[in-house]
Design a protein around this ligand. Structure first.
Ligand code: BYC
Length: 328
């Protein structure tokens, strides 16, 4: 069932389009939003299910590396802020699963695909969070990269996805600021605290660059997804924007971006920088990153531990339905 839903078709050349497909593409070109019950090409629907589903999974798996620090936050205030952020990620997952459901896939099917490894989630969450400074780096860099990718998605062509993104982006900017605030505090602290902040930047820099996906020449889906306005920018465009925005922030903190080849390029009006190690990226998305097994194991356990609760809800819903039918 799931394979049928997510296998992305290899693109829709305009010249081979049916009248219906051409009319659809013209709506996209006019920036009209596509709504759930309207006709859409099968490939468009499947690409959206893949992307929105992966995005939803990233939100709920993304709770784990930070959830790891709630019990060890250094102050009550930091604990309350981190708790709120991690709860927000659960909310983002719910908006996105709901948006995916409007395309005809159930939440259970999506979760089953996550748990069986058929569906991906963002590579970044397969890296460990080793120190409190990692909470700063994750908020600053990971949420910063997420915002860079997600702000343009507020204009994506599928209505429910675009609308979910508006609220998510508002919350993500709070997340990014709380991360940067942790980094500022640590960089203004003792030499040991500043060294922890530098170490966190060193470990999270390249994995954050990988969040934008492979370089454009290797991106499988970008061309078709951009024609359908499911994606608004290429992976490399967003990665460049992220580097240009983040390097001055690192300088303000007095930290060094771990890239000896990082240089401002006057001609292009942006930084030249080293590419991530793409073999590491492909290993991580194939399931062989440092924490893949742990992350997936935690999600599967949460699903199994919650079975009694789902059963209870269903039993209640069945009883309520039976009472309604009896009363009619
Ligand atoms: N991780 O053709 P491409 C967050 C896969 S975190 C894993 O360029 P596409 C958050 C890709 O799926 C961010 N897999 O793909 C922050 C494809 O494989 P399949 C979540 C990746 O889809 C803080 C293959 O590589 N955000 O929100 O056009 C706390 C070829 O790539 C990754 C979103 O999901 C990766 N980094 O472009 C909590 C945003 N990159 O599927 C949560 C929406 C690529 O063919 N998604 N792959 O097997 C997107 O914008 C796009 O899906 C991507 C990839 C830019 C990520």
């Amino acid at each position: 069932m799931y394979a049928q839903l997510v296998t992305t078709e290899g693109g829709t050349p305009r010249e081979g389009m049916s009248d219906q497909e051409r009319a659809f593409q013209e709506r996209i070109d006019r920036n009209e939003k596509i709504e759930p019950k309207e006709w859409m090409p099968e490939g468009y629907r499947k690409t959206l299910i893949r992307q929105i589903g992966q995005h939803a999974h990233s939100e709920i798996v993304g709770q784990l590396p930070e959830g790891n620090w709630i019990g060890r936050a250094p102050t009550l205030e930091r604990k309350a802020i981190l708790l709120a952020k991690v709860q927000d990620e659960a909310g983002h997952g719910l908006y996105l699963y709901s948006a995916a459901e409007t395309l005809g896939v159930s939440r259970d099917e999506l979760l089953e695909a996550l748990h069986s490894g058929k569906m991906k989630y963002s590579s970044i969450f397969n890296y460990p969070t080793l120190t409190w400074a990692d909470m700063g780096a994750v908020g600053w860099l990971v949420d910063g990269a997420a915002i860079m990718n997600q702000v343009p998605l507020q204009r994506t062509s599928y209505g429910p996805y675009a609308r979910a993104m508006i609220r998510i982006c508002k919350e993500e900017s709070f997340h990014q600021r709380q991360g940067y605030d942790i980094m500022m505090k640590m960089c203004a602290g003792t030499p040991e605290q500043k060294a922890m902040a530098q170490d966190a930047l060193n470990r999270f820099w390249y994995p954050s660059l990988m969040m934008f996906g492979p370089s454009d020449k290797d991106s499988v889906h970008s061309e078709q997804s951009m024609a359908w306005k499911i994606k608004m920018n290429t992976n490399d465009e967003l990665r460049q924007r992220f580097v240009d925005q983040t390097v001055p922030q690192a300088e303000y903190l007095g930290l060094t971006v771990p890239d000896p080849d990082l240089r401002w390029n006057e001609d292009k009006g942006g930084y030249d920088f080293s590419e991530p190690d793409w073999s590491e990226f492909y290993a991580v998305i194939a399931g062989n990153g440092p924490c893949n097994a742990e992350r997936l194991g935690a999600r599967v356990k949460a699903w199994e531990d919650g079975a009694w609760f789902r059963d209870g809800l269903m039993a209640h819903a069945d009883k309520a339905r039976a009472r309604r039918v009896a009363a009619e």
